[in-house]
Design a binder for this molecule. Structure first.
Ligand code: PEP
Ligand code: MG
Length: 323
């Protein structure tokens, strides 16, 4: 489907009122990188680092990871890549990790919680990232942050590794930006200081939705029951946007919903100016944004919400059909 939108590749996703939405892509493999050129993405808004850990029989070595991340950056040709540190939990068990017997792995010992409790692996991954980004900007984001202190701790760990590399006389990245993934409802209500500490925030809509609606993202029976256009979830997104704007921290939405055209234009109308999605979605989403007026859509959404609408899908779909 990519070629249908090939003509749009180098054009911005600017709507009729002149607002531009930056479209990034999600990735996790070296093989994804050619799509960066092909899709016209601004960069990689989410690089999932789990796969390199899942496909081995032992913890990858620092040198191996550094070489891999460096290769990713080389192939991004100067476009930013936001590396997310290991998001592993007892549902995604590493072959070399002692399995944890947890009743609710998705809400269990995963992601940054593991990283902060068992620091060796996170430290090693951060060192690999610092070494890979020598002479260029490094973007690191931490997954599944639930409260401010976890971000502070992880941030401190990264700064310690930077200081260590400096002490060793190693060359440095040209700049380091540190972000948090916002994927638990609790973090949306963190103190203002949290938002001010972040260089960027990325909303992980898949997990955020699962925890907001108490509906397992892996459970077919309940997964589709509530969606991102439910107005309660929209209120949560508005809260997040407001907090980020107050703190002047750039925010993106990087869950699967960012790549669905109806959802994408709704998020853009609410005020998201960065979306990160699978590469094949960039063309269709850009095509749609360029044809509509986001401020008009915003007014329509405000009106139906004032009337007590519970889900915006029908409204957005009807409105789009009239454009
Ligand atoms: C998310 O939760 O929305 C997200 C982007 O991360 P993952 O899908 O890898 O959990
Ligand atoms: Mg997630």
């Amino acid at each position: 489907a990519q070629h249908r939108y090939a003509g749009l590749r180098d054009l911005p996703a600017t709507d009729l009122s002149g607002s531009t939405v930056q479209l990034y892509m999600n990735a996790g493999l070296m093989a994804d990188l050619p799509s960066l050129e092909g899709s016209g993405a601004e960069g990689v808004g989410l690089f999932r680092t789990e796969l390199q850990f899942l496909t081995r029989t032992r913890v990858p070595r620092r040198g191996e990871l550094a070489a891999l991340y460096s290769h990713v950056l080389n192939n991004a040709h100067g476009k930013p890549v936001m590396f997310r540190t290991l998001d592993i939990g007892s549902d995604k068990v590493l072959p070399y990790m002692k399995p944890q017997d947890e009743p609710n792995p998705a809400m269990g010992w995963r992601a940054i919680r593991v990283g902060l409790d068992k620091r060796g692996v996170l430290r090693m991954q951060l060192q690999a990232l610092i070494r890979a980004a020598v002479g260029r900007p490094l973007y690191v984001m931490f997954p599944f942050v639930t409260e401010m202190h976890e971000f502070e701790e992880a941030h401190r760990l990264l700064m310690e590794q930077i200081a260590r590399e400096q002490r060793l006389g190693h060359p440095m990245p040209s700049d380091v930006r540190v972000g948090a993934m916002l994927e638990t409802p609790a973090l949306a209500f963190a103190p203002k200081k949290f938002f001010e500490m972040c260089d960027f925030i990325s909303v992980g809509g898949n997990d955020l939705k699962q925890f907001f609606f108490a509906a397992d993202r892996e459970n077919e029976r309940v997964r589709r029951r509530y969606d991102a256009l439910n107005t309660s979830f929209i209120c949560l997104l508005e809260q997040i946007l407001q907090r980020c704007n107050e703190a002047r921290v750039p925010v993106s939405f990087c869950g699967e919903d960012a790549g669905k055209p109806i959802e994408a234009v709704t998020f853009a109308a609410l005020g998201f100016r960065r979306l990160s999605m699978r590469p094949a979605s960039i063309g269709p989403v850009k095509h749609l944004i360029r044809r509509i007026d986001l401020t008009e859509l915003r007014k329509v959404l405000d009106d139906v919400r004032a009337l007590g609408e519970v889900n915006l899908r029908a409204t957005v779909t009807d409105w789009l059909a009239r454009q």
